[in-house]
Design a protein around this ligand. Structure first.
Ligand SMILES: [Zn+2]
Length: 367
């Protein structure tokens, strides 16, 4: 008797679930419809200046406001007067006012913060980049402002000290490519001496890419960079180019594919190839040729930083457009780039900023 009672109960439960199905389907349909009608730019931080400040503050000051002048976190008050600037705080330890823009790439910029956020989002989600002209038209800022906005955002994408690739015996692919002609260099047929030269490394396990503009592809230029950026225990994959001869002395293993005999994946070991880094070059070149079309040598490292950043934080790594944009925002702190520095030839060599493309010890960095 008891058993039959529990059977009835189970049947009732199943019936309830079946009856609920249309309700669940309806909720799903409504949610889907809502998601489809929801534009990312309808978020308040993209069109309301106060919300934009609140959004940036939450990201840069997760534990509350920090005085950029003295570092105090305790004696800080928000100024809320009628004519007070949006996002203004006062530090009562050093008596100085500040906003979240101070000490970041936004400092000294006249462009409202909500436009910065829009530009950052657009750059974060455009796989092949977004031109200054496009930013100028989309945001309604001048072309000069849009060009500079783009370069400042690229600066935020530049990553600092990075751990060597290929730790724990991982595979690192290395390859190089040419892009456009370098102005002032005589054009020689059959060689790339007159072109911009780029070296990229990809850690196949983590999917991260690291690129640099190099002066040439000679052993004395390339090998120190590889040694600095790749762990000794790594397996390094390259093509048959002469600069890679002797890599076995520096790394655990060196796999070579011989492109001259149309070998794109090693005939003997399928893990030996450089197809991943070539895939990255393909995205980079499509962006540079299709979107940017022209770039001077002193800016090339910033474009590389942009493509490296997006590739290393791509959708396949589980990072969506909004998260990528937030990661750019987290990179705005502690970086400054003035118009003069950005625009001046050789500006990246100014001593006041960390600007070398390849540091003395060979580590790749973008300034
Ligand atoms: Zn202070």
């Amino acid at each position: 008797m008891k058993k039959s009672h529990s059977t009835v109960e189970s049947l009732n439960r199943i019936r309830d679930i079946i009856l609920d199905i249309p309700k669940i389907m309806c909720i799903l349909a409504l949610t889907k419809g809502k998601a489809m009608n929801h534009s990312v730019f309808s978020e308040p931080q993209f069109h309301n200046e106060e919300s934009a400040f609140a959004f940036v503050e939450a990201l840069l000051w997760p534990d509350g406001p920090v005085c950029p002048h003295c570092g105090d976190k305790e004696k800080i008050g928000k100024l809320n007067g009628k004519t007070t600037r949006i996002g203004l705080y006062k530090c009562y330890a050093c008596q100085k006012p500040f906003t979240v823009r101070i000490g970041t790439l936004f400092e000294d910029s006249h462009i409202p913060l909500r436009f910065w956020l829009q530009a950052i989002y657009l750059m974060a989600q455009s796989k092949k980049g977004i031109s200054a002209n496009q930013l100028h038209r989309s945001l309604g800022v001048t072309l000069k402002s849009a060009w500079f906005l783009g370069h400042r955002i690229r600066e935020a994408m530049r990553e600092g000290e990075l751990a060597p690739f290929g730790g724990n015996g991982g595979i690192v692919e290395s390859d190089e490519t040419f892009l456009w002609n370098e102005p002032g260099k005589p054009i020689k047929r059959g060689g790339g001496g007159h072109k911009h030269k780029i070296l990229s490394l990809i850690d196949r396990n983590s999917g991260q890419v690291r690129s640099a503009v190099v002066e040439n592809f000679k052993v004395k230029t390339i090998v120190p960079i590889l040694k600095e950026n790749i762990a000794k225990e790594a397996r390094v994959m390259t093509d048959e180019a002469g600069q890679y001869r002797g890599l076995k002395d520096h790394f655990e293993d060196h796999g070579v594919v011989n492109h001259s005999v149309k070998e794109y994946v090693s005939f003997s070991d399928p893990s030996i190839h450089i197809n991943t880094v070539e895939g990255f070059f393909s995205i980079f070149k499509r962006g540079m040729k299709g979107v940017y079309q022209h770039c001077e040598k002193q800016h090339l490292h910033r474009y590389l930083a942009e493509f490296d950043f997006r590739y290393s934080k791509r959708v396949a790594k589980g990072i969506d457009d909004s998260t990528r944009a937030e990661k750019i925002l987290c990179g705005v702190a502690g970086k400054r780039l003035t118009y003069q520095t950005a625009n001046r030839k050789g500006g990246e060599r100014r001593a006041s900023q960390p600007q070398r493309m390849i540091s003395k010890d060979g580590r790749i960095c973008y300034f």
